[in-house]
Ligand binder design. Structure first.
Ligand code: ADP
Length: 320
């Protein structure tokens, strides 16, 4: 178990998921509340596995916002970096996978509280104490949270934190695909560790190939580790000195929501106290195997947060 603090920055919201599958939003007889938001999931993933985590972001000063802050605390995640907006409400997302296989989305974000975090509201003391600072892209879409995001990254980096980036593209939230690409590229070179999914690799490179060449086209000089996740097939890793793959674990998949966040949280928990693991292929592969097991377990249960494993569950999968 680790002692170094992992600070995860960004959005936390509630996904409303239809109580029956394969219907359009309009046909849904009811919805279940599923707390989420990738950066919040990552923080909770870290804490479940025994690590130290804090979430930084803004929630509405409403029933949903206080429910979400409660979920952080129940899971042992520090909410010292959480602000509550007096006016705006907590972000909500209605998401369904229709019978025709198409995903349908509807968002309450006009603006929601998460978008209103200002640079002045950041808990700088907390951010400066991070050994790893993790973030996504949703907070880059609009001001003022974009400036808050950039400042938090800067502060964490100057204080010596490793910067971890998961672009976590949610295209329906962006005004355009071009704008999404531009914003993602604008912070690309700051990160020490980047994790992309195969779909994101395709989006960012503009080539439909998922191979070493396309992955390496995303490489930048200051990058220490690039990861490409491949769903059930595991992941590929790239560093300055070596590259390779880690196989996925065969499990009974029910719902893949949160697998990527679980994977990231697990890996960060492994490297937070010893960043040199990244330069040692044997130890890096071991950490990635652990992360793949976490991702796999997360797909065996519905939802993201309820499906994030404890350390003991991961060990039983690894010892299989
Ligand atoms: P993302 O959520 O970012 O798209 P993935 O779906 O690729 O990320 O999942 C992250 C990791 O979780 C994968 O690298 C893999 O190790 C594990 N994982 C994801 N889906 C499955 C699955 N169906 N079976 C087993 N492992 C999975």
């Amino acid at each position: 178990s680790s002692n170094g603090l992992i600070v995860s920055f960004g959005e936390m919201l509630i996904d409303f998921v239809p109580t029956v599958s394969g219907v359009s939003l309009a046909e849904a007889p009811g919805f279940l509340k599923a707390p989420g938001g990738a950066p919040a999931n990552v923080a909770i993933a870290v804490a479940r596995l025994g690590g130290k985590a804090a979430f930084v972001g803004k929630l509405g000063d409403d029933e949903f916002g206080h429910m979400l802050a409660g979920i952080l605390k129940e899971n042992g995640v520090s909410a010292d970096g959480v602000n509550f907006d007096k006016g705006a409400r907590t972000a909500l997302a209605f998401v369904t996978l229709r019978a025709d296989g198409e995903r349908e989305f509807m968002f309450y974000r006009n603006p929601s509280a998460d978008m209103l975090l200002t640079p002045d509201e950041l808990n700088l003391e907390l951010i400066r104490s991070a050994k790893v600072f993790h973030y996504g892209s949703i907070s880059l879409i609009v001001e003022p949270c974009r400036s808050a995001h950039l400042k938090a990254m800067e502060v964490a980096k100057s204080a010596g934190a490793l910067l971890s980036y998961d672009p976590n593209l949610r295209l329906p939230l962006w005004p355009s695909a071009e704008y999404a690409k531009e914003q993602i590229k604008s912070i690309w070179n700051k990160a020490d560790v980047i994790k992309v999914s195969d779909e994101e690799l395709v989006f960012l490179t503009g080539s439909d190939k998922v191979d070493d060449e396309s992955a390496m086209s995303l490489w930048h000089d200051n990058l220490k580790l690039l990861l490409v996740t491949l769903g059930a097939k595991g992941c590929r890793y790239y560093t300055k000195n070596f590259r390779g793959a880690v196989e996925g674990f065969a499990v009974k998949t029910v719902d893949t929501t949160g697998a990527g966040d679980s994977f990231v949280g697990a890996l960060l928990g492994k490297i937070v106290d010893d960043h040199s693991i990244i330069q040692d292929e044997t130890r890096l592969k071991e950490a990635l195997k652990y992360a793949c097991a976490c991702g796999a377990i997360t797909t065996t249960k519905k939802g993201a947060i309820p499906a994030l494993p404890a350390h003991s569950e991961v060990l039983s999968v690894l010892n299989g």
